[in-house]
Design a binder for this molecule. Structure first.
Ligand SMILES: [Zn+2]
Length: 304
């Protein structure tokens, strides 16, 4: 009697497909293609282009720099199980150096202009956020602040989303890309114009993330290694003073709103403060486009 009950159960379980490695790797209930991205700009591009046809995921925590973030094993498994993995390239996402992702699913969105990457020499080590020490030596990765490069990345996003083959979605995706491109072109034009007004005026950046921005908009920019939330100590101020001696900048460009005390210390050196948020992670308010508009507005106001 017992055997008779047990046997069908055993047969049945032997025929079942093997369970997924983790619950997170199970297919989405929506049935839509699952797209995993490396940073917030790609999240914005993929969401705007893909619309309702796909589900876009950007699992990095809001308080970490996605470039240096280390996802845990369960999160890596979710990337590995995705239908499409959109990477920034240019040595972004340091975590992929020690991880295997399925090649056929990975799209490197900056590959179209990899010959134009900027190499940073001998940048010193420092830390920001919970990610530990790092250096910006190697390939500069804040690629999208050159808005023409951002458009090329959005084009890759559009192509790879269309290649997922969601029935009836291609036309909408093409239209969505064109509308995004129009918005990015408008910002690019404004930046070229304000860049001309800035001309040869030297600028200082609080962190070395503006290489492509400075190149595209012809800005004479040098960087220190400061954080918006950290007030510079005497040593940091001395280093800045020696930089200003040969690079007399009237403005410091910050990644985020600086502490009032930092602004006051800079003002004492004759330096004004301006935020140009690279927006690599989710903004507290608005979206990628509104943050970039605010950035450009601030720059235009500073250089009327
Ligand atoms: Zn850094």
């Amino acid at each position: 009697m017992k055997y008779a009950l047990l046997l069908p159960f055993l047969l049945l379980s032997a025929c079942k497909p093997s369970a997924p490695e983790s619950p997170a790797a199970a297919p989405a209930k929506s049935g839509k293609p699952q797209v995993y991205v490396a940073n917030y700009p790609l999240f914005y591009f993929a969401s705007r282009i893909g619309g309702e046809a796909v589900e876009v995921h950007f699992p990095a925590p809001a308080d970490e720099d996605p470039a240096f973030w280390q996802p845990d094993d369960a999160t890596i498994a979710r990337y590995q199980a995705a239908d499409l993995i959109l990477m920034n390239g240019a040595s972004y996402s340091k975590w992929v150096e020690n991880t295997t992702l399925p090649d056929a699913k990975v799209v490197n969105t900056s590959s179209a202009y990899s010959k134009q990457f900027i190499e940073i020499q001998d940048a010193s080590t420092h830390s920001h956020g919970p990610g530990g020490e790092h250096s910006h030596s190697g390939t500069a990765f804040t690629t999208w602040l050159d808005l023409q490069q951002a458009i090329l990345q959005a084009q890759e996003v559009s192509n790879s989303l269309q290649a997922l083959g969601v029935p009836g979605s291609a036309e909408a995706m093409k239209k969505n890309f064109e509308s995004l491109k129009t918005d990015l072109e408008a910002l690019d034009k404004r930046l070229l114009i304000v860049g001309q007004r800035i001309g040869k005026t030297p600028l200082v950046a609080s962190h070395p993330v503006y290489h492509y921005w400075a190149r595209r908009y012809a800005l004479d920019l040098q960087s220190v290694l400061w954080e918006p939330e950290t007030v510079p100590d005497d040593k940091a101020l001395e280093e800045l003073k020696s930089l200003l001696a040969k690079h007399p900048a009237p403005w410091m460009i910050w990644e985020g709103e600086p502490a009032q005390e930092s602004v006051a210390k800079l003002a004492a050196l004759g330096l004004k403060s301006l935020v140009f948020d690279p927006c690599g992670n989710r903004p507290e308010a608005g979206d990628f486009l509104s943050v970039m508009k605010t950035n450009v507005d601030a720059l235009e106001k500073a250089f009327p």
